[in-house]
Structures are given as structure tokens and as C-alpha cells.
Design a protein around this ligand. Structure first.
Ligand SMILES: NC(=O)c1ccc[n+]([C@@H]2O[C@H](COP(=O)([O-])OP(=O)(O)OC[C@H]3O[C@@H](n4cnc5c(N)ncnc54)[C@H](O)[C@@H]3O)[C@@H](O)[C@H]2O)c1
Length: 444
């Protein structure tokens, strides 16, 4: 079986290298020639642990190649994965223009039977839109070629994308016919042998399952963030509450950490898109509206707390920032709470010096501000800083040299948006420490 993957972002690239590593011949296509050139040279275009090794190994084995040539990629394989982006539109709906454009190109170049699998996260009904788009494009060419559509939502997590792709806990497939299901079972056989569970269903349910999974996880985060604000007000400690909750097996230990709010390219846009889907079907999704609102409020309130401590105007003052990636293990800065906060510090007149081990370049390009400088070490940004704000729980931030930190900073004030330090320990350092949903230490 040969596979072509359309879109070489976090999902398409991980999918391409992992299927190639399982022995399949894979052609990956992207419309961005710069990405394709780099990837053909074995240079990863994103930071993802394990990616470079798989990329180089499978290029060398000639099982993997990258192209911008749609005809070549469509011709090469019977199985075509659509893995292009579905960013948020102004009104919160998923922008399907990349998906539709990929479908049109497939319809334009198809000359034999194909199974078209959509990995992009798409609102319910989109796989049928893909079917319609391909059918209409074929009709314009007077071509009669059979094809099947399959919804195959992706559940990988950035930072562990390769591991997740190689060892998925479940493979959700939405199909119209047994014929397509049979092809998919064969395609995923190596993964199923490795222990992955394949769950087959109808196409609409598969589309909803993906959004429901992200919305559910976002809800867990937002409710903990809401509890953290209550803890702040009543003098309780959200970490104790979390430990108490996690012991309940019905709740479990995952996704119940309070913090500065979720970011990334999935939760924010997928929650918004699901709310929008509800609206278009005259069904208001009250909980998700609250989840989204709480998430926005969490980052806003964190910044308000910082500014009310260090001053609403920042002329001549400096904020040190640790972490711009939306979470550790990735260079993805999309919807990162850190970027929101940096923009607010800049607006207030502060100079910002930031450090991130892998996402600095993406953030520098995105922020493009003279008031923000990226440094190459986490200590460097501390020099003469009026405050240190932590947004990403990178490992190197977990055990810093506190005496050194105190000596380097103008004022040793730390705002920790990820609750990475033990307040009891911080007490001994003489550092003023503020976190989320826990009593502050050493505050005036
Ligand atoms: N990033 C994640 O963690 C993750 C996880 C699960 C699902 N998803 C979903 O997967 C999809 C892709 O996400 P991503 O983060 O990989 O996106 P991305 O933005 O990193 O990459 C998308 C790629 O598609 C390319 N592209 C755009 N139009 C194209 C076209 N017509 N033909 C071929 N290539 C085209 C772009 O150049 C880009 O390289 C989205 O729907 C997303 O919601 C993402």
C-alpha cells in the first residue's frame, strides 16, 4: 500500500514519517516549497522529539519523499490523507478553505480509485463536503472514478507527536461502507498489532468525536482554573484540591492542573468551532461558551495581578519571561498565553526579555516588537528584571539556582503561571512568589 499525505504541518509530517517507518512508501505534499525543500534535505520544519531521526532514516531508505506536485502525489498512492490546517475564522468557525482546496486538487488529478482520509479536525458534514467537492471536480473533467471518503481524526499531542502516532491509544474511523472499512483495517494493521484499538463508526460521529475529545479536555482545564480563582479568594490551595480530586477514579489525574489557561493550535480553535457548529444547528452549547470565557479570563487575570504588583506603567522597567511555547516539548506558539501577556506588558510600556529553548524564533517573528528581546539563556533574561513570569513548564525551569536568580534580578518577584514550585521551599529562598490558586509567599 502506498500513501500520500497532503499538508506537512504537525499532523501531516508526523503521519508521513510514522507510516514510512512502518514500511509504507509515503509521498508528502505541501503547498509551501520552502518546507518541502527542507524536508527533502532531512531538515525538520517543526520541533518534535524523535522527528529528525525518523525523517532521515526513511528518506535514506527511499520510503519517504516530499513534493509540491499535486499530480505526482495523487498518482503515487491509493490512500490519500488530508492533513491541512483548519484555523479559526473571525466568527469562530473552522476555516475550511485549505481542506476544500486540497479536495479540489485531488479531484483534478485523480485517475484511479482512491480512499480519501481526512485527518484534519473538521466540523460535522465536512467529509461529505469533501466528497461533493471531489465529485463536482471530476464531473467538470467528465471523469468517472470511484472513491471512498473516511473520517480519521487525529489525536496526537504536540511534544509527543511521534510516540502518539506510532502508538495511538485509539484509531477512530468514520466510514460509509464496509469496502472502505476493510481498506482502513489493512492500512492500520501494523498499529493494531502493536495494541492500538480501532473504533469504527459513521462519519458524522467520528467528526464529532474529535471535537468532543478536545472540548472535554479543555473543560477539565477551565473548571480547575475556575476553582483556582475561588481558592485565591478563600485562602485554599488548588494543588491540595487537585490531589484530593485526582484520587477519585471517576475524575482521574489528567488535565486537572490549574494554570494560566490552555493555548495551542487545537483547544482554543476547536472549542470555538464546536460552539459555532451548535449555533448553526440552533443549539447553544452553554458549557463550552463558559469554558472559552474562563480560559480568556484566566490569562487576563494573571496579567492584571502582575501589573497591579509591579505597576500599570512600565517605563524603565523590565519583565523577564520564561517560556513562550504554549506547552513544553513544542515550538508551537499559536494562542500561547505567554504571547498574550507579553503584548500586554509591551502595551503598558515594559521592556520584555524572554527565553524559550525551542520556540523563541517563532515568537520573535510573531511579536515583531522592538520592546521584546529573546535571549539564549534563561539566566540572561533575569539581569536587572523587575519581575520573572513563567508561562511554560520546561524542565530547565523546574530547579533553577534560586540564590543566583535572586542576585541577578533587580527585584526578586516571581509570577508562576504553571505552579511549578513548592511554596514551602520558596519561603526559604526569600523570593516573593505568586502562583495560581495558592497563597502568595512574601507579598507586601
Ligand atoms: N497540531 C496538533 O496537535 C493537532 C492534533 C490533532 C489534530 N490536528 C488537526 O490537524 C490539522 C492540521 O494541523 P497542523 O497543526 O498539522 O497544521 P499546520 O498549520 O501545522 O500545517 C498545515 C499544513 O498544511 C499546508 N497546506 C495548506 N493548504 C494546503 C493544501 N491545499 N494542500 C497541501 N498542503 C496545504 C500548510 O502549508 C501547512 O504546512 C488541523 O485541522 C488540526 O486541527 C492538529
Amino acid at each position: 500500500m502506498k500513501i500520500s499525505v497532503f499538508g506537512t504541518g504537525y499532523v501531516g509530517l508526523a503521519t508521513g514519517v510514522c507510516f514510512a517507518d512502518m514500511g509504507y512508501t509515503v509521498v508528502c505534499l505541501d503547498i509551501d516549497p520552502e518546507k518541502v525543500n527542507k524536508l527533502n534535505l532531512g531538515i525538520p520544519t517543526i520541533f518534535e522529539p524523535g522527528l529528525e531521526e525518523l525523517l532521515k532514516r526513511n528518506l535514506a531508505a527511499e520510503r519517504l519523499s516530499f513534493t509540491t506536485d499535486y499530480k505526482k502525489a495523487v498518482d503515487a498512492s491509493d490512500i490519500l490523507f488530508i492533513a491541512v490546517g483548519t484555523p479559526s475564522d473571525e466568527n469562530g468557525s473552522a476555516n475550511l478553505s485549505y481542506v476544500v482546496s486540497a479536495a479540489e486538487s485531488i479531484g483534478q488529478f485523480m485517475t484511479s480509485k482512491k480512499t480519501i482520509m481526512t485527518k484534519s479536525t473538521v466540523p460535522v458534514g465536512t467529509n461529505f463536503l469533501i466528497k461533493k467537492t471531489i465529485s463536482e471536480t471530476l464531473k467538470k473533467r467528465n471523469a468517472q472514478i470511484e472513491f471512498d471518503i473516511v473520517s480519521n481524526p487525529e489525536f496526537l499531542r504536540e511534544g509527543t507527536a511521534i510516540q502518539d502516532c506510532l502508538n495511538p491509544d485509539r484509531i477512530v474511523v468514520g466510514v460509509e461502507h464496509e469496502r472502505a472499512a476493510k481498506v482502513i483495517r489493512r492500512l492500520y494493521e501494523p498499529f493494531i498489532k502493536n495494541g492500538a484499538k480501532m473504533i469504527e463508526m459513521d462519519i458524522s460521529s467520528a467528526e464529532v468525536t474529535k471535537y468532543a475529545a478536545n472540548a472535554f479536555l479543555a473543560t477539565k482545564i477551565s473548571i480547575m482554573n475556575e476553582f483556582s480563582r475561588l481558592c485565591d479568594k478563600v485562602g485554599a490551595n488548588i494543588e491540595n484540591v487537585r490531589i484530593g480530586l485526582s484520587a477519585d477514579h471517576r475524575i482521574g489525574p489528567h488535565f486537572i492542573y490549574a494554570g494560566v489557561g490552555y493555548g495551542g493550535s487545537c483547544f482554543p480553535k476547536d472549542v470555538k468551532a464546536l460552539i459555532h457548529t451548535g449555533q448553526t444547528h440552533d443549539e447553544q452549547l452553554h458549557i463550552l461558551e463558559a469554558v472559552e470565557k474562563t480560559n480568556q479570563y484566566q490569562r487576563q487575570r494573571f496579567v492584571e495581578r502582575i501589573l497591579s504588583r509591579i505597576g500599570k506603567t512600565g517605563q524603565g522597567k523590565k519583565v523577564a519571561v520564561w517560556g513562550v511555547a504554549f506547552k513544553p516539548g513544542t515550538d508551537d506558539i499559536r494562542e500561547s498565553p505567554s504571547l498574550y501577556a507579553i503584548e500586554k506588558f509591551v502595551e503598558a510600556g515594559y521592556t520584555v526579555e524572554a527565553y524559550d529553548p525551542v520556540a523563541a524564533e517563532n515568537a520573535r517573528v510573531s511579536l515583531n516588537s522592538k520592546q521584546v528581546t529573546f535571549k539564549s539563556s534563561q539566566d540572561e533574561v533575569l539581569n536587572d528584571a523587575d519581575v520573572l513570569c513563567i508561562f511554560t513548564e520546561w524542565k530547565s525551569f523546574l530547579q533553577p539556582d534560586f540564590p543566583k536568580l535572586k542576585k541577578l534580578m533587580k527585584k526578586p518577584i516571581v509570577f508562576d503561571g504553571r505552579n511549578i514550585y513548592d511554596p514551602e521551599f520558596i519561603k526559604e529562598t526569600g523570593i516573593e512568589y505568586h502562583s495560581i490558586g495558592r497563597p502568595s509567599i512574601g507579598a507586601p
